[in-house]
Ligand binder design. Sequence first.
Ligand code: ADP
Length: 350
Amino acid sequence: MEKKIRELLSAIIHPEKGHDLLSGGMVERIEASAERIVVTLRFAKARDPFAPKLRKQAQEAIAEAFPQCTVEVDVHEGTPRKVEAEQKSTTGQIGHVVAVASGKGGVGKSTVTANLAIALRNLGYRVGILDADIYGPSQPKLFGVEDYLPAAVHEDDMDQIVPAESMGIKIMSIGFFVKPNDALLWRGAMAVNALRQLIHQTRWGKLDVLLTDLPPGTGDIHLSIINELKIDSAVIVSTPQQVAVADVRRGVELFRNPQVKIPVAGIVENMAWFTPAELPQNRYYLFGRGGARRFAEENGVDFLGEIPIVQSIMEGSDAGSPAATCDPMVEPYYRDVAQKIVDKVMKNQL
Ligand code: ADP
């Protein structure tokens, strides 16, 4: 889709400059999803007299090629201020980026991300978390660093933001910059710009793995993150109730989309059963059994494991100390999932 859009833009010539929009470097950004295409054109000259006409040409050409999409062509003027900073990125020393996604909110995606980070750390890896969940950034609370105020440093010729560090995990969250109640009010473009900065300007240093806590669902924001961050694979979290629901399938399809093509490492079933602390051998399958395994088989993805509902998981989240750090009953479940991710993603068995 993006390729086709580029082709269309390369057929439109700036009458004064004589070059086309693409080779003239005037295409600043293309965001394309199944329903919506947003293109940003950059005109070096302020109030370029050809801008309205070229904008209209681009709009019409794209709308004709993709009649099922709403098409928006924006025009920016002047030389971009931060070209240099945007081209540079602090992600160069990250071994693997693993996105953690879910079809819906509330299934435990953030809790799984935090505990997986601890389990991977326990396996000896250097781990970071990028909390990109603009609708409910919860990593600061999960790691007890809600009050952290990120500092900026100038290093390697660029401004870098220092991540929080808790229990040996480096954490950068959109939550450090926005109050929880404001997150929902964010307009798409604002959130995307902020995330872009967090992605490219966080001083991660050397990491073996960066877990990215994505917002729930499959919207434009996901495509923006996918465009910015080279994600190596995705892990989908679901509960037994959710697994039969189309949202989870859409989650898998987002990554499999031919334009995205990110391997799905597999699915984690969270809240698979309930085990009371005083009866650790007992398992109560409150929401049915085996759904995620079946889903995995039917959709050709791997099943990475299951995590029970345990009180300490919830309590650990509230106390700012993920349960995998302190509950020996819980830790093995996350360790198994972490080991599968290591085998598949980091040892390249995808
Ligand atoms: P999401 O990121 O998908 O919105 P959260 O990770 O915030 O979901 O989890 C939602 C709630 O469920 C939180 O209160 C969390 O403590 C709780 N929770 C998640 N997983 C478990 C689990 N396995 N056992 C008990 N509580 C859990």
